[in-house]
Unconditional design. Structure first.
Lengths: 196, 250
């Protein structure tokens, strides 16, 4: 199986490469249109700021390449947010795969620290990404912006308010959390994605 | 619910863990990767690797070690020790660290916190503070509590928070190594006043001490070294105990 990771100006991409290696998969890091289109699976990871990364994606035509992909695609963290319509972070117009906005967490009390960082539970729906999940599992989050619960929500998490820990529409999958940093649970989610 | 985190801390010298461990089931307890993996399997929520090597060669060894950790361990980890400037941070993040902890370098040059936050995001920047009680109150110390500074704990923690620190790792030098519990009053004051998570460090000797750090000190995470290394408190047992008290634990 050929797995391609979208190469762009985002941090944390190597942790995804390492995570796949632990599952026995050597992924290719590329921004080449043909290579991305020809892969069996594409992963769109990222840690960074929404408006500057969107600008980079547009300048490098990666916005069109990503939205045009037909094989299973997995966005991780900032990747999930960039797959939405618009982000409050830097007032950025995003890829619009999921027609839903990305909002900034508004703390309601002192305990509501932002960024939402650490291990929190997900409530998965019946979705290929969470195949075999029969109870609440903890995964690792680091983020200050969130996707509200919507018709494409594949897993929910409650922090300040319920939000989309995962999205799915057609061939596009996404997680707000980091499966590559979520221990054995995260490995199961990555493996589920590879098995789609 | 967001879980309270349990964090084993490993001291590294020339690429090896220091302080003996008595894990009989480990091939090489001196190998930080082996030990880190074991902790990860046992349910540690995060790991901290502290480089206590001073030499230039040691720094290179540590960077290579960070690459191995990133390749083999699937939970977040923080690295600290020997970080003087932004290029050190960049080198360690490139090697695969999720967060870096800065201590004396930040005290000497507080602007380093802003630089790290601006370049890599707040969540990357853990500010470690070694505090000790003095007649004037809690004071920041350097070199393992030997050298007093002119900064007071709470005032410095606030400044670090405002400059863009993602977390405060507070070690009470009065409690460290004594195994009589964490500095819960100071922890509570930090947790109640700051807008970022606080990691308790120094003083764990029994399971109850972790409970107190979370319930009395309001800490978001508790770090310990020897109680884990010597198997005095196995992590699965600790987590079971805390879960039984209805503390949110992974």
């Amino acid at each position: 199986m050929k797995v391609a990771i979208v190469k762009y100006n985002a941090g944390n991409i190597h942790s995804v490469i390492n995570g796949l290696k632990r599952l026995g998969v050597e992924a290719v890091l590329t921004d080449n249109a043909e290579e991305l289109a020809g892969a069996d699976k594409v992963i769109f990871p990222g840690v960074g700021e929404a408006s500057t990364t969107m600008k980079y994606l547009r300048e490098n035509n990666l916005d069109r390449i990503i939205t045009g992909l037909r094989q299973p695609v997995l966005g991780i963290c900032l990747g999930q947010q960039l797959m939405c319509r618009h982000s409050e972070e830097g007032n950025a117009d995003c890829l619009g795969i999921f027609d839903v906005p990305v909002l900034k967490f508004q703390p309601e009390k002192h305990e509501d620290k932002v960024p939402h960082m650490g291990w929190n539970t997900i409530d998965p729906m019946d979705d290929a990404l969470f195949k075999g999940f029969d109870r609440q599992e903890f995964v690792y989050f680091v983020h200050s912006f969130y996707v509200p619960v919507c018709q494409w929500t594949a897993a929910k998490t409650d922090y300040i308010l319920p939000f989309s820990a995962s999205l799915h529409k057609d061939n596009f999958y996404a997680t707000q959390f980091h499966p590559e940093k979520s221990g054995a649970t995260g490995e199961r989610i990555l493996q589920n994605f590879l098995d789609i | 619910m967001l879980a309270k985190r349990i964090i084993p801390c490993l001291d590294i010298c020339n690429g090896r863990t220091v302080k003996g461990t008595n894990f009989v089931n480990l091939r090489d307890a001196g190998d930080p990767v082996e030990l880190g993996k074991l902790y990860s399997q046992q349910g540690a929520d995060e790991l901290v690797f502290l480089d206590i090597t001073a030499s230039f060669e040691g720094r290179k060894t540590f960077t290579e070690l960070v690459e191995r950790i990133a390749a083999e361990i699937s939970i977040p980890f923080t690295v600290g020790g020997g970080i003087h400037e932004l290029s050190d941070v960049e080198r360690l993040l490139k090697a695969g660290a999720d967060k870096v902890s800065v201590n004396s370098a930040a005290l000497k040059n507080p602007g380093l916190i802003d630089e790290i936050a601006l370049n890599f995001g707040n969540q990357v920047c853990v500010v470690a503070i070694d505090g000790k009680q003095t007649p004037e109150g809690w004071r920041c110390f350097l070199n393992g509590g030997r050298v007093p500074t002119d900064r007071m704990l709470f005032e410095w923690a606030h400044e670090a928070n405002e400059r863009g620190a993602g977390e405060i790792l507070f070690t009470s030098m009065d409690h460290d190594g004594v195994k009589q519990g964490y500095a819960n009053e100071a922890l509570k004051k930090l947790s109640d006043e700051l807008t970022i998570p606080v990691i308790a460090s120094g003083g764990a000797g029994q399971k109850e001490h972790f409970r107190d750090a979370f319930l009395l000190g309001n800490a978001d995470a508790a770090l310990a070294a020897s109680v884990f290394h010597f198997g005095e408190i196995p992590i699965p047992e600790l987590k079971q105990y805390l879960r039984g008290l209805n503390i949110s634990i992974r």
